[in-house]
Design a protein around this ligand. Structure first.
Ligand code: ADP
Length: 505
């Protein structure tokens, strides 16, 4: 900045004034700049510096005058700054970020710039340093938070994918690698359609594409078929971000599987419920029963064989008991088989039968229980009843069942009378089992025949349901009425044999 002047003298004067002005101007700037300013020569002698330099460094002007620039740096920064200073003198300018060491030993992060200038005929470095503590802190904080977010993202259970506008993968976290079933290194930087040929036809990609194009957040559950044929259900959320789109995916295959399984279970349950109504459940129960029976039977057989040759009268008696037990097991087996046949075919094995004989057999079979329960048993069998068209064993089961219920109902009664009766009623034959037990309250009466309805702690609540389904399979009816003087009467009716035979013919 030179001022032109008309005469030599005037020029000199003007030059002096100009210089003064320049100095003043420079000093003002030097003083007011919010950074440290310095000017030193090639030997590192400080020629000028501003007040702020002294404030920040803590050195007085006398001290600065005796120092060289590298005195203000320590460690690796010393070499770095030395190189940059050399750069300035060789190439004209340079900048460096380095720690400025103050008089009291603090190191402040600074950003220095340097420029080569000619000052008073000497090559000098004029420069400025600004405190970047705040920027550094912000940067560190930003880096920390970015790292924090990154590591959070990295470790998130959800798969995270950042996809650029050109469909290249910018970021993928660990869960994404699991979901993709491919290492992230294989995908990063590549376009989705290159990494996954054919992906453009997938449901998942359709969601991503919509999000990318329409710039709207989307949420959908998609079934994804992998190139290896594997399938996975994903809960996908994607949203537009400045880089492109951000997709969050949760592998819900397990949940879906569980849902499917639950559905299958529910279907099965519904099926079971339907089957139960048909009495099919008793088949399953029969099966359950069959196992212990097999064990009993083999034990009985073994004991029977070993006892037979012995002549001890007690052994002979025991053998007789075992023989009975053996027959009992065989009979129970037969009942089970028949029950199962019935529930499987849902067709009773019907033939003309004498209902009194059936009732008599049932009573004989239930007699032990009757005696044990201290019950008075009465039978009122109508000798004149016509033959019924029935499955003998099944109907016997029904009677036994009703007798057993009756005895249970009388367990706490002072009067225990069980009456089994038969009678003819037009073209039907009726069988009744009356007891003097607790009776059936209305609320119970309405639900008696429902599957699994029971008022007993050990009850199963299927006996009456099965009885009713057996009777209905015979085109008969089963119902309950109160017994005069307390207790209840369970009755069922069956069609007589002739009527049905006539119809069949
Ligand atoms: P469970 O005997 O296992 O309970 P059932 O289907 O045979 O199943 O009977 C269902 C319910 O009907 C019984 O729990 C009982 O409350 C009632 N019930 C059946 N028979 C009688 C009876 N003779 N007197 C009073 N209540 C009865």
């Amino acid at each position: 900045m030179t001022l032109r002047a008309p005469t030599n003298d005037a020029r000199k004067k003007a030059k002096a004034a100009g210089l003064q002005l320049e100095t003043l101007f420079a000093d003002t700037i030097f003083a007011s700049v919010p950074g440290i300013l310095y000017l030193y020569d090639e030997r590192g002698r400080f020629l000028r510096w501003n007040r702020y330099f002294e404030i920040v460094s803590g050195y007085g002007s006398d001290e600065v005058a005796r120092m060289v620039p590298l005195d203000f740096f320590a460690g690796a920064d010393k070499d770095l700054v030395a190189r940059r200073i050399r750069d300035v003198f060789e190439r004209g300018e340079a900048s460096v970020e380095a720690g400025f060491v103050t008089r009291d030993g603090r190191t402040l992060p600074f950003f220095f710039t340097g420029r080569r200038i000619l000052f008073d005929g000497a090559t000098c470095l004029a420069g400025m340093g600004i405190d970047i503590t705040e920027q550094k802190q912000t940067e560190a904080a930003l880096r920390a938070s970015a790292e924090h977010y990154r590591s959070t993202l990295d470790n998130l259970m959800e798969g995270c994918q950042l996809i650029a506008f050109d469909w290249s993968y910018l970021y993928l976290n660990r869960a994404a690698a699991r979901h993709n079933r491919r290492p992230n290194e294989e995908l990063l930087g590549r376009r989705m359609m290159d990494a996954w040929p054919g992906i453009e036809d997938s449901e998942a990609f359709a969601v991503l594409r919509r999000c990318m194009e329409e710039r709207i957040a989307l949420h959908k559950e998609v079934l994804h078929v992998f190139p290896d044929g594997g399938r996975g259900w994903f809960d996908m959320r994607c949203q537009p971000v400045p880089e492109g789109i951000f997709a969050l995916s949760i592998d819900i295959s397990d949940r879906r599987l569980a849902e499917t399984r639950t559905q299958v279970l529910l279907d099965e349950l519904a099926h079971v419920t339907r089957l139960t109504e048909m009495g099919q459940l008793s088949a399953a129960l029969a099966h359950e029963l069959n196992q212990p029976l097999t064990a009993i039977a083999s034990y009985v057989n073994a004991a029977h064989r070993t006892l037979k040759p012995v002549s001890d009268p007690r052994a002979v008696k025991a053998a007789g008991i075992l023989q009975k037990a053996d027959e009992q097991v065989a009979r129970t087996r037969q009942i089970i088989r028949r029950l199962r046949d019935f529930v499987e075919k849902r067709e009773p094995d019907r033939a003309p039968q004498d209902i009194n004989a059936i009732a008599g057999d049932a009573i004989a079979l239930g007699l032990v229980g009757v005696n044990q329960a201290n019950v008075t048993l009465r039978t009122r069998l109508d000798r004149a009843v016509p033959a019924v068209f029935a499955d003998k064993i099944l109907i016997q089961q029904v009677v036994i069942n009703l007798m057993r219920n009756a005895m249970e109902a009388m367990a706490g009664s002072p009067l225990r009378e069980l009456t089994v009766a038969t009678s003819a009623e037009r073209e039907m034959v009726e069988v009744s089992v009356a007891d003097t037990g607790t009776g059936v309250p209305d609320a119970v009466a309405r639900r008696l025949f429902e599957p699994f309805f029971t008022t007993k702690s050990q009850g199963m609540g299927i006996g009456l349901m099965i009885c009713r389904s057996i009777i209905e399979a015979h085109e008969g009816k089963l119902w309950v009425t109160p017994n005069e003087g307390g207790g209840s009467v369970f009755r069922f009716c069956l069609p007589v044999a002739t009527r049905l035979e006539d119809e069949d013919a």
